[in-house]
Design a protein around this ligand. Structure first.
Ligand code: NAP
Length: 281
């Protein structure tokens, strides 16, 4: 009798990195539970699976809804009896700054990008312990380097990185590996979902000029062709999923590795301030 295939659950697979990771995992022979918060929007995912000639098990999971998280994880265990890996991919950007964001908006960014990750991870961990599995989270270079007008988003991604870095040695004693995957710019729907019309004339009061300069810088990263493809970013997710003893921190490009390295060697914070200050000066 052949062994049951290893099972991975991925969040946020309606588009972008999550969709590409679902296809890559299924291609690599994983039983892939591809989850979305709104399964009526699964057409693009289904078409991609058809084109790649792979099978996906598409299920509902909203990371901000604990009942939905529990139902999805329990359903996988009921149907397959095992869970070998989770990829916390769902997330959403947010462009704003302290004076112009309400606290409610900032909380919402934390709900999706931080508490959502914890909620899925908490539900999955007992099952990952049972399989000696992997807990993988797509964070961002913004989980290491704070970036202008990304205060709330970076705070949420920093929080995820801090949580996972702290959890990793504990989880390792029980056979579970914990990894964060850090993309730089990736050409996905992400940039269209940051809560602001990047092409519009923006009135941000005293921040209007600096915000415009930031947007020109950020949009430039997506338009100058240097943004990575979702499939490219998904390769790093597959590295976390498949290599023996994956590193805790995996960047998805050389650019991301160099950028993150600046911060990790920047003991007094001045190198990062010089770098990111130039984006808005
Ligand atoms: P994307 O195409 O916008 O995909 C984000 C995914 O997250 C979508 O499937 C979205 O679903 C899902 N999502 C949002 N809120 C959710 C919720 N409450 N419950 C479940 N799913 C939810 O962007 P992406 O670039 O692939 O983003 C994937 C991850 O990469 C995110 O964690 C993001 O922070 C990170 N990242 C992206 C970039 C970049 O430049 N693109 C850079 C660094 C890190 P809906 O379609 O329903 O909204």
């Amino acid at each position: 009798m052949s062994a049951a295939p290893r099972t991975v659950l991925i969040t946020g697979t309606s588009s972008g990195i999550g969709l590409a990771a679902a296809i890559a995992a299924a291609r690599a022979g994983w039983r892939t539970v591809a989850t979305l918060r709104d399964t009526t929007r699964a057409d693009v995912l289904r078409k991609a699976a058809e084109e790649a000639d792979v099978e996906l098990d598409i299920r509902q999971l909203d990371v901000t809804d604990e009942a939905s998280v529990t139902a999805a994880v329990d359903g996988v265990i009921a149907d397959y009896g095992r869970l070998d890996a989770v990829v916390n991919n769902a997330g959403a950007g947010h462009v704003g700054t302290l004076e112009n964001d309400s606290v409610a908006e900032i909380r919402k960014v934390m709900e999706v990008n931080f508490f959502g990750v914890l909620s899925v991870s908490k539900a999955a961990l007992p099952h990952l312990r049972a399989t000696g599995g992997r807990l993988i989270t797509v964070t961002s270079v913004g989980g290491v380097i704070g970036q202008p007008f990304n205060e709330a988003y970076c705070a949420a991604k920093f929080a995820v990185e801090g949580y996972m870095e702290s959890l990793a040695p504990v989880a390792r004693t029980l056979g579970v590996s914990v990894t964060v995957v850090e993309p730089g710019a990736v050409a996905t729907e992400f940039v269209n979902n940051v809560g602001i019309d990047l092409e519009a004339e923006i009135d941000a009061g005293p921040y209007t000029g600096t915000l415009r300069r930031y947007i020109d810088h950020a949009v430039g990263q997506f338009l100058d062709g240097s943004a990575q493809t979702p499939a490219g970013a998904a390769e790093a997710v597959m590295e976390a999923l498949t290599t023996d003893l994956p590193a805790f921190r995996i960047q998805t490009t050389d650019w991301a590795r160099t950028f993150v390295a600046t911060k990790l060697a920047d003991v007094d914070g001045s190198a990062v301030q010089d770098l990111t200050g130039a984006w808005v000066a």
